[in-house]
Write a protein that binds this ligand. Structure first.
Ligand code: PLP
Length: 364
């Protein structure tokens, strides 16, 4: 039996614009190959930086293109930690930044997430108790929960951050993958760029293998970020940035986005339908309006770690909720399901297999 992966948060193969990018890569290498095949400027390929700057209405000097957004986050964490700042994260949060902080020997403060966004009362208590000085947050179609902060929560968060001198690091790779209306404005927009570092990526809207992400950094941090980026990876892959820019300049982005929204939206629908069919009564789950993930809460007392192991034996891979809490301090009855990668038929089969791996209430 082939394992069905509800673990991989990547676009389905059929959604990757392979031929278009191949044409673009050939064209830019033919045109600018001797420059693009050398090390490039650490902040990246200038035309793409300019495009990002125009899209977000910022000075181009504040845009640092990174080899995927994750290395950008690593660089930023290092800069902020070196400046003596202490992190705060959402609980749950994207597992890789949590792992990076752990590797750097830092245990972040954490604030629970509700259906409306960060729990602001808990945030205030944490701000008073542990005095964290930057928040790593994914306010839109969050990984892992699929949740989105309401506009009210965003505004209140910005106000609290201003009062407590809390720098906001907004990680926003899923915003454009919406299935209904547009999500609320970014923290970066609502705060007019003040006190917010913005990170995003082309991984979830074009292709993860391009490794193109970006940071929009406050002017006073640009020098430190670029210096740390050079020390960490020397140069981003400007050849791939140039191929991506060519793809955008040819008008490829919007049609690709439409394809991604339709393809992943159909997968979201199939996932919710299969959950209603197979898991009603055994769990509750988020109903995301965008992004790649559903968060599943099992009935009290059911161990998600055991269910994930049994599901794996039954041929479906899911991720344990505890992976998304710093040092596994939570999420033991939750699971993350990624619906972006496999077909709608496999989603249905995978969720049926998962349901069979969940013990009946009487057996708990
Ligand atoms: C919230 C979030 N940030 C960043 C990333 C990493 O993106 P990139 O491929 O740009 O490094 C991911 C990938 O899953 C993610 O979910």
């Amino acid at each position: 039996m082939t394992t069905i992966s509800l673990a991989r948060g990547v676009p389905a193969a059929e959604l990757l614009p392979v031929e278009e990018l191949a044409d673009c890569a050939r064209e830019v290498l033919r045109r600018e190959g001797s420059t693009l095949l050398n090390y490039g400027p650490v902040a990246g390929y200038t035309p793409l930086r300019e495009w990002v700057a125009a899209r977000h209405g910022v000075e181009v000097s504040r845009v640092v293109l990174t080899p995927g957004s994750l290395p950008g986050l690593v660089v930023l964490f290092q800069v902020l930690l070196a400046a003596g700042r202490h992190p705060l994260v959402e609980a749950p949060s994207y597992d890789r930044p949590l792992g990076i902080l752990d590797t750097l020997g830092v245990q972040p403060a954490a604030v629970p997430l509700t259906d409306d966004g960060l729990e602001l009362g808990a945030l205030e208590r944490e701000l008073a108790a542990r005095r964290p000085s930057f928040l790593y947050a994914i306010p839109t179609f969050q990984n892992p929960s699929g949740r989105t902060y309401t506009e009210d929560v965003r505004r209140e968060l910005i106000e609290l951050a201003r009062v407590h001198d809390l720098l906001l690091l907004e990680d926003d790779p899923y915003r454009l993958v919406h299935f209904g209306g547009e999500p609320p404005p970014t923290l970066f927009e609502l705060a007019a760029g003040d006190g917010v570092v913005y990170a995003s990526s082309f991984s979830k809207v074009v292709a993860p293998g391009l490794r193109v992400g970006y940071l929009i950094v406050p002017p006073e941090l640009v020098g430190a970020v670029e210096e740390r980026a050079v020390a960490t990876y020397l140069s981003p892959a400007v050849s791939l940035q140039a191929a991506l820019y060519e793809f955008i300049a040819r008008g490829g982005l919007e049609p690709n986005l439409a394809r991604v929204r339709t393809g992943i939206g159909a997968r979201r629908d199939a996932t919710l339908a299969a959950l209603d069919e197979h898991l009603g009564g055994a769990a509750t789950w988020s109903r995301p309006d965008g992004g790649y993930f559903v968060w599943l809460d099992l009935a009290d007392g059911v161990s998600a770690d055991d269910v994930a192991d049994r599901a794996h034996e039954a041929g479906v891979a899911v991720v344990k909720g505890s992976d998304f809490f710093s040092r596994g301090a939570g999420g033991h009855s939750s699971l993350r399901l990624a619906y972006s990668f496999v077909s709608t038929r496999e989603l249905g089969d995978g969720i049926a297999r998962l349901a069979a791996a969940i013990p009946a209430p009487a057996a708990v």
